[in-house]
Ligand binder design. Structure first.
Ligand code: NAD
Ligand code: UDP
Length: 313
């Protein structure tokens, strides 16, 4: 049995990863400080004797024995990572140092959940892994963007200096069931607003673009990445390359929910990337992976999830 540590395991992506790896017959340890994650996300896994949960903040050292580590701990939505920006940088940087130190001591393979935010507001489109990015080092998104960039640096330095077995994936906007309903990310915001019949909040004119990946596709790619030969470290882009404007997303959500919500426009937050779309050729070649779920299919399943959640509350 492979023993796997997932930091941030009670979060949106982490809970899907815990579930997937348990279903495949692994032993899973979920480490989380429950800042944005919740027990509800993993409640259905608690009866599994091969699942263990530890409340722990990754900015402090952790002593465990495992074969593999997926490092996901970090708030991912702008509202949450800007709530305590110093803690966000600490989580990315000290968290990476602690998890890399752990991996080094126990000779574990370690995967970092990095982000398309390392490309910042890009002047290259679509974004390839070879692009170094255009990131403001002192803006309101910097605690997250620069924290994640520094974490990547640490991963590659541990790899070069200590021969550590590393994997780095750069995740592009991913959505699906178990997103936090109030975390401010665009897909959850629009669905919850549409279901409640509230105004749909478009920041700017809504012509900025994003490319939305359904959670199952993303988890598949992460697991495939962990299984690649040691020589393949990444970084590798994981995302869905079909690009939409934020206005198009709002229209799709309104159509699929049958909502009578109106669009309202408010100022674009600073440093908000104007366009984003992954070049996934590396993932296609190295992992033989590509996303399968269309935005419409994925939105239907996310809408069903939020609709149940709202009825319960
Ligand atoms: P999330 O906020 O749902 O999950 C993050 C988890 O980390 C939460 O359970 C939170 O409680 C936990 N956490 C935060 N700080 C911690 C700390 N100091 N110690 C221990 N646990 C801590 O977000 P998510 O969307 O599931 O993102 C998971 C990872 O994937 C993050 O590292 C994020 O940067 C990365 N990512 C996500 C996306 C996306 O679109 N969802 C895109 C790019 C990168
Ligand atoms: N956005 C929006 N309305 C919202 C929430 C977000 O128009 O209620 C916009 C936001 O300005 C950005 C895009 O949607 O241009 C994606 O935002 P999100 O926070 O989901 O992800 P990120 O900006 O980190 O890609």
């Amino acid at each position: 049995m492979t023993k796997i540590l997932i930091t941030g395991g009670a979060g949106f992506l982490g809970s899907h990863l815990c579930e997937r790896l348990l279903n495949e017959g692994n032993e899973v340890i979920c480490v989380d400080n429950f800042f944005t994650g919740s027990k509800r996300n993993i409640a259905h896994l608690l009866g599994n004797p091969y699942f263990e949960v530890i409340r722990h903040d990754v900015t402090f050292p952790l002593y465990l024995e495992v074969d593999q580590i997926y490092n996901l701990a970090c708030p991912a939505s702008p509202i949450h990572y800007q709530h305590d920006p110093v803690q966000t940088t600490k989580t990315s940087v000290h968290g990476a140092i602690n998890m890399l130190g752990l991996a080094k001591r126990i000779h574990a393979r370690i995967l970092q959940a990095s982000t398309s935010e390392v490309y910042g507001d890009p002047e290259v489109h679509p974004q390839q892994e070879s692009y170094w990015g255009r990131v403001n080092p002192i803006g309101i998104r910097s605690c997250y963007d620069e924290g994640k960039r520094c974490a990547e640096t640490l991963f590659f330095d541990y790899h070069r200096q200590n021969n550590l077995d590393i994997k780095v994936v750069r995740i592009f906007n991913t959505y699906g069931p178990r997103m936090h309903p109030n975390d401010g990310r665009v897909v959850s915001n629009f669905i919850v607003q549409a279901l409640k019949g509230e105004d749909i909040t478009i920041y700017g004119e809504g012509n900025q673009t994003r490319s939305f990946c359904y959670v199952d596709d993303l988890i598949e790619a992460m697991v495939m990445m962990m299984a690649t030969p040691t020589s393949f470290t990444g970084p590798v882009n994981i995302g869905n390359p079909v690009e939409f404007t934020i206005l198009e997303l709002a229209e799709k959500v309104i159509a699929l929910t049958g909502s009578s919500s109106k669009l309202v426009f408010s100022p674009l937050p600073s440093d908000d990337p104007r366009q984003r779309k992954p070049d996934i050729s590396l993932a296609q070649n190295a992992l033989n992976w590509q996303p399968k779920v269309t935005l419409e299919e994925g939105l239907r399943s996310a809408i069903a999830y939020f609709s149940n959640l709202l009825q319960e509350n």
